[in-house]
Design a protein around this ligand. Structure first.
Ligand code: COA
Ligand code: ZN
Length: 317
């Protein structure tokens, strides 16, 4: 599924979206959402978070959701972890990739995971060692997340040098890839391009992903800037569901359906069938009737004569 794509889109709505929704999204509906998006061709889904139930009650069914996700042929199943305990839970249930989270800004890291950035890095090092010592866990990928990389609601501007320092620490500690996140939607395209150009120059071949929120309307413009810097992996959430309970005023991630439209319209294959993807929104609309759902393509439909980049491949399958 993932071999013939130009850009990898990764659904994060089941984690980044649902973590800020108070109502419990029923487990069978989470699984139906995952199945339907995998069937539409989405290659990777972050299906849950391994955090204490007292911190976020939405993820008490994490093990069950992962188990069902692992049944989806060709789907890369990932989950968020904030600490070693979360990693152990993820390793035990067989997640393919664990997305570890540290904020670049000290105060946001303290608010989110209750420790310093240095302590977060040290814990990541322990997690990588734990993986490497256990033959059955050795193939699990570890992604280092850099939250608030483009600005912080508590500290304001964030120094790109601090972003690079955390990125280098992650790589030294054994990260397989990095995810650079505009957690609070502060970034602009010039900043994004400069950041990724700098990180690629300094880090070499480490895979870099972009994680953008559309809080100030620049989400897809930021994706375009990152594309220009050579980034080929992006997080998004269906219907733009999302936010961060620890980032006041934050709204959802960039809209998955609009991201797929933009990429396909630009001639970049995602492997995703846009019509089938848009249809999955019904599951969210049914379970969360009060929640605002976003998306220009769902509202306006693709332009007349729109021809997805991957249309030939999908028709041939
Ligand atoms: N999963 C389940 N339980 C966990 C856990 C995890 N990942 N991490 C810690 N716990 C348990 C501990 O075992 C302990 O249990 P006990 O009281 O029965 O002994 C309890 O939680 C407290 O552990 P402690 O290490 O002191 O954690 P903490 O209270 O300092 O919280 C975090 C630290 C990292 C667990 C918490 O701040 C957190 O989950 N943050 C993530 C928030 C988030 O998801 N933000 C949005 C994503 S960016
Ligand atoms: Zn986010």
């Amino acid at each position: 599924m993932t071999t013939d794509i130009d850009v990898k889109v990764r659904e994060v709505g089941l984690r980044d979206g649902l973590q800020s929704v108070q109502a419990f999204f029923p487990t069978p509906s989470k699984i139906a959402w995952i199945e339907a998006e995998a069937a539409a061709g989405v290659p990777e889904i972050e299906v849950c978070s391994f955090v204490p139930a007292k911190v976020i009650a939405q993820f008490t069914d994490a093990a069950e959701v992962v188990e069902a996700s692992l049944q989806q042929t060709g789907l890369e199943v990932s989950a968020l972890i904030p600490n070693k305990k979360g990693a152990e839970r993820g390793f035990e249930v067989g997640v393919h990739k664990l997305n570890y989270v540290t904020s670049v800004s000290e105060s946001h890291n303290m608010a989110n995971v209750r420790r310093t950035v240095a302590d977060s890095v040290a814990a990541f090092r322990d997690i990588a060692a734990l993986r490497d010592q256990n033959p059955e866990w050795r193939n699990v990928k570890l992604a280092g997340g850099l939250s608030t990389a483009f600005g912080c609601t508590i500290e304001g501007p964030v120094d790109p040098v601090a972003v690079l320092k955390l990125a280098q620490a992650y790589v030294e500690a054994g990260a397989d890839e990095l995810s650079v996140a505009d957690t609070v939607g502060y970034a602009n395209p010039a900043q994004v391009k400069d950041m990724f150009v700098m990180l690629k120059r300094e880090l070499g071949d480490v895979p870099l992903a972009g994680h953008f929120h559309d809080t100030r309307g620049l989400g897809l413009a930021n994706v375009h800037a990152a594309l220009e810097a050579g980034v080929r992996e992006f997080d998004a959430s269906l219907a733009g569901l999302g936010g961060c309970p620890f980032a006041p005023g934050a709204t959802g991630n960039i809209v998955m359906d609009d991201l797929v439209f933009m990429l396909e319209a630009m001639g970049m294959k995602t492997g995703v069938d846009l019509d089938r993807l848009v249809a999955v929104r019904d599951i969210i609309a049914r379970e969360l009737p009060e929640e605002p759902l976003y998306g220009a393509i769902a509202r306006a439909k693709p332009p007349k004569g729109f021809h997805p980049a991957g249309a030939g491949r999908q028709a041939a399958e």
